[in-house]
Design a protein around this ligand. Sequence first.
Ligand code: C2E
Ligand code: CA
Ligand code: CA
Length: 669
Amino acid sequence: MPKTRIVLPLVAYTLIFLLTLGVILLSVELFALYTTSLKANADSETTKFLAETYDQAPEDQKQAVLGSFEEYGYDYLIADDTGRILKHSGNPTILLGSYDDDEDGEYSTLTITVSDPDLPEQISSDEYTLDFGTNATYYPDRDTDYLEVNSGSLGFKFLKLLNADFIRDLYHTGSYMIPYWTAFRVNDNARIVAFKTYIDISFTDLLYLAGYFVVAVILVFLIFAVLITNLVSTHRNAKRVKKIVFSDNVTGNRNWLWFVLKSREILKKRKPGTCYAMVSLVFIRYRNYVLCHSVEEGEKMLKEVWAHAESSLDKDEICAHSTSSNFPMLIKAKDEEEARTKLLEIVKELEGIEKDHDFKFQAGVYMIPNSIKKDADIDLFYNNASTARMTLESTEDTGIAFFDNKLVEDEKWIDTVHEKQKDAIANEEFKVYYQPKYDPRTDELKGAEALIRWISEDLGFVSPGKFIPIFEDNGFITEIDHYMLAHVARDQKRWLDEGRECVPVSVNISRAHFVETDLADQIRDIVDKEGAPRNLIEIELTESAFFDDKKVMLSTITKLKEYGFLVSMDDFGSGYSSLNSLKDMPLDILKLDAGFFRGDKDNDRTEIVVSEAIRLAKKLEMKTVAEGVETKETVDFLAAEGCDMIQGYYYAKPMPAEEYEKHIHHYLP
Ligand code: C2E
Ligand code: CA
Ligand code: CA
């Protein structure tokens, strides 16, 4: 979690705290203002009465009234409507003033300057004036006209008051008197009479104020403390959640999500010239390990692997555990060579985790282009690394593979085939090619194999090696096999109807098809529907298929034979030892794989194997077909060994139906 998540609210809270403190100070000031104005109001009733008395007194009595003011101890002043002082009692208190009429006459200001001998020594009369008398506002429309002496900020005023006299007075008398002027309009607004009274600030007032202030501040501090505690606990919770979200439940360490975010951060902050590689490291045969030991032991191993891998990394290199036995890694490497060296070292270390086990690791690597800094697509990089690793899956040995764009092309091709397959079959883009099989002794046509070709409008001519494995993977192969079978049966039927003498044509049935228990019935129904005789159709099963479910295989072969089809084993000798299957399966034909006839021509050992295979087939009452024969020597050799048929370029390449038709015509008049 970024630090700003805690810093930002902290700053915000502090601001709020300061703001609240300011508001409190203001409220304290307002409170003080309120209490003083309450006190002032009490006096203003008296002064109002005095002003009215003066106003209502007849002209010749006014002097006497003023005299009684002095007697009662009131300091007063009489000013004209411009604020010029005409008369005053005691020391001069208001020296000069000016009266300014507002345009609509509703509101006027009278500026007076006050000088008062009662001022404490420390404060000059000017300063005092500034506080208490600079601007006085005259309200003519109030029920009692009066001149209000505007004061400055009370807080400021109190600070000024906190002088030795103030403290001394408070200490000795329990109060401090603040002089205060109240003015009234008299003589039909021609005169202003103002009285000086005192507001006494008592010790208790100050105590109240201080108490109020302290309580408010404590309250604010409390609120602030709650907010901070809350923030800290939220932060702690976030940390805890982060730990849960980012930790892997098998190794207890970092998981995929963490890896993605951290990788992004590292790539974003990397220095120019630092290159990185994304690695998909897999502990292979992990499942076997778990089977032989236990899930707990397996997970313990994964933990060990993670710890060892992690410890062999440099700064700004990371490793996490994702699913099963996969470990995504981000390592620094300027080129493939460096990445390989680094990974080999890591893998070597990992292989030695336990002496009595032969652990193997495979790594796929994607070199991250240096141009990518921001918004790195970690999923894509890892996918590329995994794609590279997948190329090693056929082996069970330690290995390192690098991502190459060809892998992407392959993936794209798979997608293209997948996308187009349905339309292709519907538009009959798949064509049946026939490759004849001949008797090497008489050169007579004995049969043919149907081989598929895809002649696509957009893709052109596509050889089966480029799409059959894809169809086998995606399951479309079953439709293809049905399609081929139906087309071959249709061709055979047509040729028979045309009066030609037909030879059996073999059709390849993919091993993916053999899981279907009613395969024999499906084949029978398709052929019968086209009306071709069953004995003109041969079913080629590839050798590797004999390793799948033997029971199903045996029952399918038996049924196919019962229905009258010929059944052959394709690619015999291509890698799977299927002698055992030969023993159990009632096959008609054995097709010797082209591999026997390729490469070193004078290999005695190959010849021995081929001739023995032919003899074995004969003993099992099976016919033999040699595939991929290209030379006369091989044909002669096979003829001598008693091979029944040859299918290869020596005689003919696979050809379109129209061309094959001519072959049957030519050889079978
Ligand atoms: P396969 O069944 O072993 O087919 C024999 C392959 O050997 C064919 O390749 C054929 O053209 C080739 N061939 C025959 N004689 C020679 C020769 O003298 N020299 C050389 N170099 N090659 C020769 P093709 O047609 O490319 O087919 C490749 C594979 O694709 C087939 O191997 C088969 O496994 C599969 N396939 C082809 N058509 C179908 C089909 O309709 N259904 C299924 N399931 N698989 C098919
Ligand atoms: Ca075949
Ligand atoms: Ca074959």
